[in-house]
Design a protein around this ligand. Structure first.
Ligand SMILES: Nc1ncnc2c1ncn2[C@@H]1O[C@H](COP(=O)(O)OP(=O)(O)OP(=O)(O)O)[C@@H](O)[C@H]1O
Ligand SMILES: [Mg+2]
Length: 480
């Protein structure tokens, strides 16, 4: 039987794993060529008498136990450890096989042991662990998609920024948080780049689950299989630049408003003076003519001049000349007066005004007329908005609040009108932007208000969504 068996063992020479024929004590009786080759790398290969001599010291006892169990339970067993050959570690997976099946039946004399070198696998596992830890821990949102673009991995940063739970993201195309702000061509180009195995880098606008925009610098690199050089998926990493974008937009807006202000001041000055002379001349001629036709026409000229004068006054207000005097102003009193003036307007009859004014709001050094004009502009817009509302089901009310917060006086005016379309939000503070019928609005109200508030180092913001009403939020600094 041994003869037969010896012959059979030679077969293992062709295998790429190490094969050992062991006695029931673990002594090495034979090994295949690959095992010989590995062990011969040691300067003292004779020192390996038993299989346990190859095993890392700290694992030897465990190895012995598993070996004994294999024999007592007559069942194959595996374990992972390390061999040390010429002091170099090799990660291995050991399988003890007992009893051994031969052509004559089971043999109780030997244990066949298969040792597989798993150093490469281990290395990959460690690399994967490292990548996984980095990806899970980084603040940069990371996504991995398969060839069809379906997400197969997203890290916690990605989950956080997108606002979607992980389960909703996996299996989906990243299109779900596309903002629709980039033309089809843009994405076609991205796709073309990455599917040809190249890296794509650029800035994109995405949309969170709640609809808010999210700006990022995105790098997408194809994941290439080392073996055949084929693309197997895509790795995308984002850098959040939302804050930067918002600041940029604000800066552009501020600069734009400033340059318009300079222009307005120039026009007001250049047009204002000749207009005053025209107005005076018209009055003189009117007084000196009895002819009805001329008088009628002059009256029309006068009304047109009045219209232009109003616009000029607004321009002057925006670019407040420095000869106005600041006066200690009671914000709550000014608000109440503005509400009264608005209320007497005919349109406002069935609109409810709710005032919630904090008595602790301090007086501020302002120009009372101007600040009242701001309140009036916003209140009249609110009334216009509510009156324009088609449905009768909604309450028709305007809330006016004042309070202090962190060295600022805050004034909030909210209405239940139809709200403002998203694309108009950035435009409403621009001069001559109006959605009202011709002759109804000049589109200067908010622009002038913006100019006035800014000249007092304050700020004016709007929050609005179509169908959800509008809130104007004013802040004015309390000088300390
Ligand atoms: N509370 C609001 N609700 C809905 N839309 C508003 C509101 N306030 C302002 N708007 C929008 O902003 C635009 C600009 O307002 P703004 O006060 O500057 O000009 P206007 O009211 O159209 O004209 P003007 O005030 O010069 O008579 C309005 O035409 C309107 O589309
Ligand atoms: Mg207005």
């Amino acid at each position: 039987m041994t003869g037969n068996f010896t012959f059979n063992f030679e077969l293992f020479n062709n295998f790429p794993d190490m094969y050992f024929l062991l006695s029931k004590k673990g002594e090495i009786i034979r090994m295949n060529s690959f095992a010989k080759e590995v062990i011969s790398q040691d300067e003292n290969p004779e020192s390996f008498k038993e299989i346990f001599d190859l095993i890392e010291l700290c694992d030897r006892n465990e190895g012995q136990n598993i070996f004994n169990k294999t024999i007592s339970e007559r069942a194959n067993k595996q374990f992972q450890t390390r061999f040390f050959i010429q002091n170099k570690p090799i990660d291995v997976n050991i399988t003890f096989t007992y009893p051994v099946l031969t052509s004559e039946g089971e043999s109780d004399e030997y244990v066949i042991t298969i040792v597989r070198d798993i150093t490469e696998e281990k290395k990959k596992e460690v690399e994967l662990m490292r990548f996984h830890n980095v990806a899970e821990g980084t603040v940069n949102p990371v996504q991995i998609t398969d060839l069809t673009g379906k997400m197969i991995y997203v890290n916690p940063a990605f989950v956080k920024v997108s606002g979607y739970p992980k389960e909703e993201l996996l299996g989906k195309n990243p299109r779900i948080f596309g903002s629709g702000k980039h033309p089809k061509k843009f994405w076609a180009k991205v796709w073309e780049t990455i599917s040809s195995g190249k890296v794509w880098f650029g800035e994109v606008e995405n949309r969170r689950k709640n609809g808010e925009p999210f700006y990022s610098q995105l790098l997408i690199s194809p994941i290439i299989d080392k073996k055949d050089g084929k693309v197997t998926g895509y790795f995308g990493i984002h850098r959040d630049i939302s804050e930067k974008r918002v600041l940029e937009k604000q800066l552009i807006h501020t600069q734009k408003m400033e340059s318009i202000g300079t222009l307005a001041a120039g026009i007001a000055h250049e047009v204002g003076n000749p207009l005053a002379s025209i107005s005076a001349l018209v009055q003189v001629v009117q007084r000196n003519t009895k002819e009805q036709f001329t008088n009628e026409k002059l009256a029309m000229v006068k009304s047109q001049v009045t219209r232009i004068s109003k616009i000029i006054r607004d321009l002057v207000d925006f670019s407040r000349p420095s000869n106005y005097e600041l006066k200690s102003t009671d914000i709550n009193k000014t608000l109440k007066e503005a509400v009264e003036i608005t209320r007497v307007g005919t349109k406002a009859k069935d609109i409810q005004f709710n005032l919630k004014l904090d008595n602790d709001v301090p007086d501020l050094p302002l120009i009372p007329d101007q600040i009242q004009q701001v309140f009036l502009n916003i209140l009249i817009n609110a009334v216009d908005a509510i009156t324009e509302e088609k449905t009768n089901s909604k309450p028709r009310k305007i809330d006016i609040e004042s309070f202090t917060k962190d060295n600022y006086v805050v004034i909030r005016i909210s209405d239940t009108g139809p709200g403002i379309e998203e694309e108009n939000i950035t435009k409403i503070f621009e001069p001559f932007f109006t959605t009202k019928e011709q002759g109804k609005g000049t589109g200067l109200g908010l622009w002038v208000s913006y100019g006035i508030i800014k000249s007092f180092q304050g700020d004016i913001k709007v929050k609005s969504k179509p169908g959800e009403g509008t809130v104007f939020h004013l802040t004015l600094p309390i000088e300390t």
